[in-house]
Design a protein around this ligand. Structure first.
Ligand SMILES: [Zn+2]
Length: 93
């Protein structure tokens, strides 16, 4: 059964545009503020990513769902031609 808490972000996705990335990051911030995701100490702090002013060259930000224990990572690198990605790294119990 899907976890009601993190179901909305439980699938892998690639963010194909800057606007999409910005919207997704805002959504992540909302989920963290609501306590639906917990931000883990990571290479990048979520608060450093926000807004159009400029993202860090390399982003790697890890999250966990406090409800089911699933873990996720958001990563991007301007040095590679790959779009920013959101991916599950550990499935729920
Ligand atoms: Zn969950």
């Amino acid at each position: 059964m899907a976890c009601k808490n993190c179901n909305a972000v439980s699938s892998r996705r690639q963010l194909s545009s800057r606007g999409e990335t910005t919207r997704f990051v805002r959504r992540l911030r909302g989920l963290v503020e609501d306590g639906r995701l917990v931000e883990f100490p990571s290479f990048t702090d979520l608060e450093d990513i926000e807004d159009d002013a400029g993202f860090p060259d390399v982003i790697e930000c890890a999250f966990g769902c406090p409800d089911c224990g699933s873990e996720y990572v958001f990563k991007a690198s301007s040095h590679h031609r790959r779009p920013p990605e959101w991916l599950p790294t550990r499935r729920r119990r």
